[in-house]
Design a protein around this ligand. Structure first.
Ligand SMILES: *[C@@H]1O[C@H](CO)[C@@H](O)[C@H](O)[C@H]1NC(C)=O
Ligand SMILES: *[C@@H]1O[C@H](CO)[C@@H](O)[C@H](O)[C@H]1NC(C)=O
Ligand SMILES: *[C@@H]1O[C@H](CO)[C@@H](O)[C@H](O)[C@H]1NC(C)=O
Length: 394
């Protein structure tokens, strides 16, 4: 057969692969995450000559058209990660360079300036996820650690202006748009492996939503508003994450588009929450306030968890992976069993840095909290290990 005729036959084979009989054989291949694997391809193409298999192999490596991408992804997705893309707020901001108009999203003052304005005393979770000291590590190619592409801004919300929430820096939806623009222009270095997309947004918007209910004295209507605002937050974040799944520029450049959606910590037990309740509230009303915060945090997390389950089914056929990390469960366990995590100070809500006195502790890794909202870097490292283990299926 001439190369031209072969190429035409291959095009036909690729088109046919979208329907039976090839499609029937594909499910086993979808589970594979190895590199190009002739033994995996053989059963699918059993009726086709070895010569043709070779051309299919070459074609799928070179042709990024929409029809062949779905077949090539199924058989050639690598196992390793080359990039970790991070979207979020202070828990995720690695103090990356930013436009001067957003400089207030970093804490360029004592003691945070010691760590370039990060909201903790060292690396944040996503930095630990790709740090050579972290075990388990994400799968890597040789000695190449995945590269962190951090789009997070401290203080940011899900969408500026949504249900009365906002900040002066790019929100999660803006961070995602900026990332997709970088993918399109080629300035996002995705390299040759899978890309893991990490999302941890909503802590600031949920506090703003809760504060609106506190300001309204926890009226019935303010409580109802807090719950509907929470649903709106989940919907908007979910829709923004789906734009990544739908990006054709990304589909043609990445070799596996994976997602890890991280929930919020259990906000009602985070020390800042008790300080935010107006001192005019009675003990009963304070308890009601914290109970509402628990309710809307759990609602937000449950919404993200069910979104992640839907997304997982939506991307399964192209071999992409989706995970939900339940940060609130870790938070409850760290509060109940702090010693299990090396946290020895008591009470567990004690902070390393005290903003009233200006003192910073000398043993931060014995703490959970650096300040009343943010964990110490050693707790960020624990989160990173947990998320890496989840992604590894360990
Ligand atoms: C497909 O390509 C890979 C490397 O790109 C090669 O190792 C393998 O032998 C090829 N398979 C066939 C059937 O040609
Ligand atoms: C890729 O396939 C499409 C149709 O499936 C074809 O039009 C295009 O020329 C191919 N590109 C290459 C580089 O083979
Ligand atoms: C900060 O220190 C003061 C004085 O010791 C203390 O009363 C306060 O509870 C501390 N704040 C926190 C958040 O631990």
């Amino acid at each position: 057969m001439s190369p031209i005729a072969l190429r035409q036959l291959v095009s036909l084979a690729l088109l046919l692969s979208l329907a039976s009989p090839f499609a029937a054989a594909l499910p086993t291949l979808q589970e594979r995450d190895g590199a190009v694997d002739a033994s995996a391809a053989a059963p699918v193409l059993a009726a086709v000559s070895q010569e043709l298999v070779q051309v299919v192999n070459a074609t799928k490596l070179s042709n990024a058209s929409a029809s062949s991408v779905s077949l090539s992804k199924k058989v050639s997705l690598p196992a390793y990660y080359s990039a970790l893309v991070a979207v979020g707020a202070s828990y995720t901001d690695n103090a990356h360079a930013r436009a001067s108009k957003y400089s207030s999203s970093l804490r360029q003052y004592y003691p945070y300036n010691k760590w370039n304005g990060r909201y903790t005393n060292g690396k944040v979770g996503v930095e630990w996820m790709v740090d050579s000291s972290t075990s388990p590590a994400l799968k890597r190619s040789g000695s190449n650690l995945p590269k962190l592409l951090d789009y997070a801004y401290g203080g940011s919300v899900v969408q500026n202006g949504l249900s009365g929430t906002g900040s002066s820096s790019p929100a999660a939806v803006d961070q995602i748009s900026a990332y997709l623009a970088d993918v399109k222009s080629g300035s996002a270095a995705l390299v040759s492996g899978r890309v893991l997309h990490y999302f941890n947004s909503g802590i600031n918007s949920q506090y703003q939503i809760w504060n609106a209910a506190l300001s309204a004295g926890l009226s019935d209507s303010s409580i109802a508003n807090a719950k509907s605002a929470t649903s709106a937050q989940v919907s908007v974040l979910a829709a923004a994450i789906r734009t990544i799944k739908k990006s054709s520029a990304l589909a043609s450049k990445a070799h596996g588009v994976d997602f890890v959606v991280v929930g919020l910590p259990a906000l009602e037990i985070v020390p800042t929450s008790a300080y935010q309740v107006p001192s005019s509230f009675s003990a009963d009303k304070k308890a009601k306030a914290l109970s509402l915060l628990k309710t809307i945090t759990a609602q937000y997390n449950a919404g993200l968890k069910s979104f992640a389950a839907e997304l997982k089914t939506e991307v399964k056929s192209v071999g992409d992976r989706v995970y939900f990390y339940d940060l609130a469960s870790l938070w409850y366990d760290m509060h109940s069993n702090p010693k299990r995590y090396g946290i020895t100070v008591s009470p567990v809500t004690k902070t390393c840095y005290n903003s009233s006195t200006g003192s910073v502790c000398s043993n931060p890794s014995s703490y959970l909290y650096f300040d009343t909202l943010h964990p110490v870097t050693s707790v960020h490292a624990i989160i990173a290990k947990k998320v890496n283990a989840l992604v590894l299926g360990a």
